[in-house]
Design a binder for this molecule. Structure first.
Ligand code: CA
Ligand code: CA
Length: 196
């Protein structure tokens, strides 16, 4: 922590962003510097190309999908609050968790449920609330290397969907998704240290 929080007041809406995302003042300030460094032409917002400079996303097989989630509704720019809101899903649970959290406040964005929700929408491209076999196949294609044949990939997709598909409609609902990942350490997998 090199910097003190003294400049946090200059971040627009810093207090409400902090409340919503759970980032500490120091983290928020570092993210703000990161945002401004990524914003190459000092536009005041980030484009896809700006975000592609983030190393952790460049090496992530789902990096492009994650970048998509910064731009809901076909927006081509993301401002600082939008940037922080997406990153909050990847905030490690142990990082900056203040004991001062008000229980009346909504669930933090980095909670297990919100991480799962975020992960689910990386799969559910048409946003119909279900992961179809085809959508599963597309994600697997991004995640596995070229050494796997298309045929093998299709059978993995089929098996993955079948294993999770409890009601037998041939797709994975959010509930089925959460159940199939019950034993997985999603908190760990969905933590990306963007600042380090
Ligand atoms: Ca879908
Ligand atoms: Ca199902």
């Amino acid at each position: 922590m090199g910097s003190r929080g003294s400049h946090a007041a200059r971040i627009p809406d810093a207090d409400s962003i902090r409340r919503e995302t759970g980032f500490s003042q120091a983290s928020l300030l570092r993210l703000y510097h990161r945002f401004r460094a990524l914003d190459r032409n000092k536009k005041g917002y980030l484009s896809r190309m700006d975000l592609q400079q983030i190393g952790a996303l460049a090496v992530n097989p789902l990096g492009d999908r994650i970048i998509d989630s910064f731009f809901p509704d076909g927006n081509l720019r993301v401002d600082f609050p939008g940037f922080v809101r997406v990153l909050a899903h990847f905030r490690p649970v142990d990082d900056d968790d203040s004991s001062m959290r008000d229980p009346k406040e909504p669930e933090p964005l980095n909670s297990r449920m919100n991480k799962l929700r975020f992960a689910f929408q990386l799969y559910d491209l048409d946003r119909d609330g279900k992961i179809s076999r085809h959508e599963m196949l597309q994600v697997l294609r991004l995640m596995v290397g070229v050494q796997v044949t298309e045929e093998q990939l299709e059978s993995i997709a089929d098996r993955t969907v079948q294993e999770a598909d409890e009601d037998g409609d041939g797709a994975v609902s959010f509930l089925e998704f959460t159940k199939s990942l019950e034993k997985m350490d999603i908190e760990q997998k969905m933590s990306i240290r963007i600042l380090k």
